[in-house]
Ligand binder design. Sequence first.
Ligand SMILES: *[C@@H]1O[C@H](CO)[C@@H](O)[C@H](O)[C@H]1NC(C)=O
Ligand SMILES: *[C@@H]1O[C@H](CO)[C@@H](O)[C@H](O)[C@H]1NC(C)=O
Ligand SMILES: *[C@@H]1O[C@H](CO)[C@@H](O)[C@H](O)[C@H]1NC(C)=O
Ligand SMILES: *[C@@H]1O[C@H](CO)[C@@H](O)[C@H](O)[C@H]1NC(C)=O
Length: 200
Amino acid sequence: MMGNTRSITALMMAVLLLHFVVSFSTKTTDINTDQSTLLALKAHVVSDPQNFLTTNWSVYTSICNWVGVTCGSGHQRVKVLDLFNMSLSGTIPPDIGNLSFLTWLDIGYNNFQGLLPVQLTNLHRLNFISMSDNNFYGEISSWIGYFPKLQCLSMSNNSFTGPIPSDMCDRLPTLKELYLSDNKLSGKIPIGLFKCKVIL
Ligand SMILES: *[C@@H]1O[C@H](CO)[C@@H](O)[C@H](O)[C@H]1NC(C)=O
Ligand SMILES: *[C@@H]1O[C@H](CO)[C@@H](O)[C@H](O)[C@H]1NC(C)=O
Ligand SMILES: *[C@@H]1O[C@H](CO)[C@@H](O)[C@H](O)[C@H]1NC(C)=O
Ligand SMILES: *[C@@H]1O[C@H](CO)[C@@H](O)[C@H](O)[C@H]1NC(C)=O
């Protein structure tokens, strides 16, 4: 009887522990996470001469109404972030990796600089990334992880250095367009690149 009670107690503790582990690991992101992500991005913008974000990205309106932001119609999560040609200067914070529903990221034609955060690799739904015409630097391989749906990657006209990763096509199996011109890349074009179905 004693042993039975003890094993029931043990079982209950195991269930409690499991419950804790499950609820902890499935702690989901939501629209509030998306809002804090975008506010973190706004805080990293040091210059916004045309006031695109300054007044428009206000906590008094839904992020789905913010300029450059499009939410999914069903789940109301940020699906598209399009800040193309807004004359923005600043850096991209690691928080960007929390926009879990992002499929389209266009920060091209601004004055963003610095390293791209490795947290970008968390965004497995992305099918379009453009950061062309900025001042990003660092090696390509430091942030290109595995993007299973990425169709277009545009990085031209920045200050990226180092080699083109030879396993790029394994990391980007659905890639159709790749733009790398006007950087400071070195080395040969890896033979592995021909595995991509890229049309330039
Ligand atoms: C922000 O910009 C969007 C798109 O241009 C516009 O529809 C919205 O009314 C603006 N919101 C504010 C608070 O200015
Ligand atoms: C950027 O926007 C300005 C207007 O603010 C426009 O004159 C210019 O053509 C745009 N550039 C590109 C590359 O779209
Ligand atoms: C988002 O990501 C950052 C860094 O990657 C993390 O420190 C932060 O806690 C996350 N924010 C939320 C609201 O989940
Ligand atoms: C490179 O990008 C800058 C904006 O960051 C732009 O002014 C310049 O014209 C671009 N150069 C080329 C060769 O496209």
